[in-house]
Ligand binder design. Structure first.
Ligand code: WT7
Length: 656
């Protein structure tokens, strides 16, 4: 059976009657609330803060400025604890409800954890951290697979006021070392191994290697490595530094009171790639983040306690932080944690999990949808999926074919799709449909969430009116916004507030149509989006030139059927080095080791030189066109120092 042709795609999908009847927010509610939220943010957020439990209720609501030194503070005189909000406040009446469902990589492994059990696990974990010397404000690096202990570890940090820095389990030891150094983290939590698609991932060994690199490259060290036993695989153990979690847990108390935190105390750091330099430590704080993630989770997924909600992201990314852990648990949701991959044991795994755990709300990325679409409809249709009522998409623009398939085949043309646009920096979703309020247009993230004031500007920063296209900015702050780049506030100002004065620049291009719907067109900076993962081209370039045989490299994105964008690297070798297929393979391996598999170049083109202006600036526009195989539209090449290089690059591209 094949999926319906894209031509069956309609322009507008109205809110289904069944959704409208039982929704938190209709179209009229949306209009009223949105108007209130932008006309009177103080009043609006003063009301909304009450969705969170405060130890000391904030009197001050919003104190934010995008000018000058840029200062963003929300609820600044309030105190609260994120783990209390995710656990303790539910215990009295709802302690026996399911907080987390674990589905293992191995389909025969699963586990339900109630809110009361979650409380026990997190308290014990928190007391182990304390016993190892972790104090309020310390940075704790978490390098773990998608298992429940990872959620316990995050919430345990939050409980005692430590700041977690989760490093995605697919990153290399070099990447871990850089992140340990950047936030001066002296504690690491990991597992013996991870398990994905039946394969073991040597997480503890990667941590060992990272700590060796931390010492040799940065002169740094860590105090303790806490190791959670997961696969039971053999690992090297350094008795002075390494601690088995299960041993430490035996000797600690079962209760740990939550530490009262100021609303503006840091909750976590998460590293993300930008257009220049090394990844930035995006810092999120406590009060505004909890208000914003819980509110967006409830409204966007129209969440009602009792429903099973599944976000397939990894907790190593912001999506996992905000919409597997903090938002859902604050809302007393049942949140599913899946350890494995969509293709194991076969490509029907997602839909089997949906049936097995009766998932109601399913949130995934376009890259996963495209990969599963390729496998054919039969794998989907052999499951019932009758429990599903809402689908979500995140990470990159969703192409019409994928939208259509997601809607018709996965959702049986019954379930609305919320295409949620946001960023690591935004903490939560900013542009999105609300399922009971917004008519859908496939490919559009539709309308701003409450309190969000998007605008489009031209390259000079002039605001553009009406139906048009431009650079996407935000005119005012929202509670979930990042507060700074950890340890480098100047870089925060430079990156986000200097391109257009007084506005937050997202780095995305965007079109707005006649109905005021927003259509994200992709990054306008040197950031590429590979399978919904963000990569800085500069980072991959610096990894490539760190290789002994490479003198120069330039990396651009190009359209890729599955990944959205693929990584295209132009590499100039040192004089006398023979560019061979062998070397190509060696360089791919090298980048994987320097950054991680997600940064592997899809194409490497050896280039005798790169197109540069007379002042030495690489003209990426031209490199992008060549990578895209669009030789006809190269634009003006006359300003190049050596225009002939372009012909050579085109010839080599065509010969590949
Ligand atoms: C970039 C942010 C936010 C969680 C995942 C990615 C792109 C994200 C969408 C969407 C079109 C999207 C943007 C954005 N993006 N969601 N629904 N439609 N583009 O977080 O790694 O910080 O990347 O992802 O380009 O700037 P991130």
């Amino acid at each position: 059976m094949s999926s319906p042709a894209p031509s069956t795609l309609k322009e507008i999908y109205p809110v289904p009657a069944a959704t409208r009847e039982n929704t938190l927010c209709t179209d009229k509610d949306y209009e009223t609330l949105y108007q209130w939220s932008v006309e009177d943010p103080e009043g609006f957020w003063r009301r909304q803060k009450d969705r969170i439990s405060w130890f000391e209720d904030p009197g001050l609501i919003k104190n934010t400025s995008f000018e000058g030194d840029v200062s963003i503070k929300w609820f600044e005189d309030g105190t609260l604890n994120a783990s209390y909000n995710c656990i303790d406040r539910h215990l009295d009446k709802h302690g026996d409800e399911i907080a987390l469902i674990f589905e293992g990589d191995d389909p025969s492994v699963d586990q339900n954890v109630t809110y009361r059990e979650l409380h026990g696990h997190v308290c014990r974990f928190a007391n182990v951290l304390k016993a190892q010397g972790v104090k309020k404000g310390d940075r704790v690096t978490i390098y773990m697979p998608m298992i429940l202990d990872t959620v316990y570890a995050m919430l345990a940090c939050a409980r005692i006021g430590a700041v977690h820095s989760v490093v995605f389990g697919g990153f290399s030891s070099e990447a871990i070392a850089g992140r340990l150094d950047d936030c001066q983290s002296r504690f690491v939590i990991t597992t013996d191994e991870g398990l994905r698609g039946g394969r073991k991932i040597p997480l503890k060994a990667n941590v060992d290697d990272a700590i060796a690199r931390l010492a040799s490259e940065f002169g740094g060290s860590v105090d303790k490595v806490l190791v959670v036993r997961h696969t039971g695989g053999d690992v090297a153990f350094n008795a002075d530094r390494d601690v088995w979690y299960h041993e430490a847990a035996e000797t600690v108390d079962a209760d740990c009171p939550p530490e009262p935190m100021n609303a503006e105390d840091p909750l976590f750091i998460l590293y993300t790639s930008g257009s220049t330099g090394q990844p930035k430590g995006v810092l999120h704080t406590t009060g505004g983040y909890m208000v914003y993630t819980s509110m967006t989770h409830e409204y966007i997924f129209d969440y009602k306690p009792g429903e099973v909600y599944w976000c397939t992201a990894d907790v190593g990314w912001i999506t996992g932080h905000s919409y597997i852990v903090y938002g859902p648990l604050a809302n007393r949701a049942t949140s599913l944690v899946f350890e494995g991959v969509p293709s194991y044991p076969d490509a029907s795994r997602f839909w089997q999990i949906v049936d097995k755990h009766q998932v109601n709300i399913f949130y995934t990325a376009p890259t996963a949808i495209r990969a599963l679409m390729r496998e054919g409809d039969d794998l989907v249709k052999k499951s019932s999926r009758s429990s599903l009522r809402l689908l979500g998409s995140v990470g990159e623009p969703i192409n019409p074919e994928a939208w259509n398939w997601y809607h018709n085949v996965v959702g049986d043309a019954r379930c609305p799709i919320v295409d949620t646009w946001w960023q690591t920096e935004t903490g939560g979703v900013l542009i999105t449909p609300l399922p009971g309020a917004t008519d859908l247009k496939p490919g559009s993230a539709t309308r701003p969430f409450f309190g969000i004031r998007p605008a489009l500007v031209d390259t000079d920063g002039n605001l553009l009116d009406g139906a048009t296209e431009g650079n996407l900015v935000m005119l005012d702050s929202w509670p979930g916004q990042m507060r700074t780049v950890y340890g480098d506030h100047e870089r925060f100002i430079q990156t986000y507030f200097s391109t257009y004065k007084g506005m937050y620049f997202t780095g995305d291009g965007c079109r707005r149509d006649e109905d005021d719907y927003y259509w994200i067109t992709g990054r306008v900076d040197d950031v590429i989006n590979v399978s919904g993962h963000r990569m800085g081209t500069a980072e991959i370039e610096s990894a490539l030139v760190a290789h002994d045989l490479v003198s120069e490299a330039a990396v651009v994105g190009y359209p890729h059927d599955l990944k959205g964008q693929g990584i295209y690297a132009y590499v100039t070798c040192n004089a006398g080095v023979e560019p061979t297929d062998e070397l190509r393979k060696e360089l791919v391996k090298w980048v994987r080791a320097e950054i991680g598999p997600i940064a592997s170049p899809d194409m490497i083109q050896f280039a005798p030189g790169l197109p540069k202006t007379r002042s030495g600036k690489i003209m990426r526009r031209i490199l992008r066109k060549i990578a895209e195989n669009e030789f006809g539209s190269l634009g003006d090449t006359s300003t190049l120092a050596d225009p002939s290089i372009v012909d050579i690059l085109i010839e080599n591209r065509q010969n590949k």
